[in-house]
Design a protein around this ligand. Sequence first.
Ligand code: GLA
Length: 689
Amino acid sequence: MPETPSFVPGPQYDGWLTGVDQIAYGGDYNPEQWPEDVWAEDVRLMNEAGVNLVSLGIFSWALLEPREGEFDFGWLDRVIGLLHAGGVRVLLATPTAASPAWLYAAHPDARVIDRNGTPMGPGGRGLMAPTAPAYREAALRITTALAERYGKHPAVVGWHVHNEYGAPVSLDYSVHAQRAFREWLRERYGSLDALNAAWGTAFWGQHYADWEHVQVPAATATSANPAQQLDFARFSDAALRACFVAERDAIREHSTAPVTTNFMATSCPSTDLFAWGREVDIVSNDHYLWAADPRGHVGLAMAADLTRSVAGGKPWLLLEHSTSAVNWQPRNVAKRPGEMARNSFSHLGRGADSIMFFQWRASRSGAEKFHSAMVPHAGTESRVWREVVDLGANLGRLTELRGSRVHADVALLWDYESFWAQDLEHRPSEGTSHRERIDTYYDRLWRDGHIVDLVRPGQDLSGYKLVVAPASYLLRADDAANLTAYVEAGGTLLVSYFSGIVDEHDAVHPAGYMAPLRDALGVWVEEFLPLRDGDSLTVRYGADAAGAGPGATDLTGTVWADDLVLAGAEPVGTYADGPKPGGAAITRHRHGAGTGWYVSTNLDVDALATVMADVYAEAGLAPSGIVEGLEVVRRTGGDAEYTVAINHTDDDAKLPLAAPATDLLTGDAVTGDADVPAGAVRVLRTTTR
Ligand code: GLA
């Protein structure tokens, strides 16, 4: 048997889910899709699987308020009562992500309008226009009614507001958005002169002389003003957040339980999660593997790392993932045996204190009937159910991990404004993608066994040995100054191409491309030299001045090259061909006590290995020495270190241990190397004292 836990969750557990005394385990529960006699069976099966938490009522608005202002809480009372009697706690949802038909009928103007003027709904789901008074009033009415009725119910230990703000649509071009956008701009700029200057309206004669003429950037004959589009992205995110804040505050009038909403870290760039993270009591996330990607577990790791970073390192809730296939991708691949557990343990290792699924019981009807669930259509005589029960039992052995923390030595910049700006039209090459560069650098770091935080460029970076800035196109001058100060103080910064190009208005920095990083990098960009589709070039890396030498390696670059002007940096890689043969391609620059690296072309994950090995050495990062495909994450709490090892390969692997450990899943003592069989997971505790 596992030993008694040595770590008691600390003060960060203030406001945690009262009464959920283990790693939270469960999923979305939609009992209204089933006759009542199934509910008792559900609770019995939840107990069998070790489920201790469900998200309830996420899409139940039409049943809870069948007519405007008329409530029917009887069925919800009975469900919550059954769950409570069975010891299952509830994250009670506000159902405002799926408005009832009567609301659409009464207020057609409150529908979301897309960029081409098409109204959305009813008949699907997704919020109505976030700035429409009728939607906001109705959302607050149902939220308040729920909070009044259940705010002190002992089973309701938290609130799940709405569902995935930003999905399925985040931009609304309705008349309400038009009015609210103007108000938001007036607040932001104060005067039309300031707005005209920020948007650069002298270009293409877009100058505004009257606030009433300022529009949301709906369809135009050609590309809309990029600064206007960037502000519209900011405004739209703020409008969604205002909906959340209003619901949260209505709940707080009647309940002290923590309030959260489920994010979609890495899959919904329209919501600035760093801003959202400041508004929730507990950070929560949903994650789904992209089935077409056989290395989806790397994307999963990045989503989990972003969620932890948004939570400021505190534990977070995984509110949704899937037991097996989803239903909404072009080809919905079933998870292989053990894959659900590997996914779950990766989230857990990266700081999640809950493992939850969409959904508890598979739906018979509707758009998601082919989506997997904890109770599949095949029932309990199934592989998925057996794995669900096993996972619940294993999580029950890991209570002591709750509240423990993950430490990262490496930071990767993740800046929503840079996404919003870089993804607009008319960029130098459609081959460049902020997200692609982030994914590739993250993949390299994952393969090399480094734990990564995803950070804003303006935040305190002093705790990181290495900061990586992949295609940070929009970089405010003060954020560039923060990166420069980080290098000065001894940090290692690696910047990839198309970074530091524009300011917060999508205007090119006055001193030219990459000028704000010139001190840190010792180099700036005279001209972009993007490649034709399919072309590649050669970078001679690690060569001496004559282009040779024992360390010289040829690396292939694609998509991009720069005409660089050296301003103190040394070239460590030179273009052997391409648009500027003989020009510097990769540079290194000592600045203050640190070093700034610049990589001016697109290196794939294999080519990056060569460069990153030198960057790691410079940053004082030790190689992990672990076989690629064995994911190892550590959480520490009290005097314990928990090593979560996940073998994604088809071969057995060994994990060298520095100290004797206890396997928390089996209770076995482990010394020397820990065996991690193909596809298996181990959770090992060592004592740090
Ligand atoms: C999202 C939603 C769920 C469900 C799942 C399906 O994450 O929040 O309601 O639709 O997708 O994968």
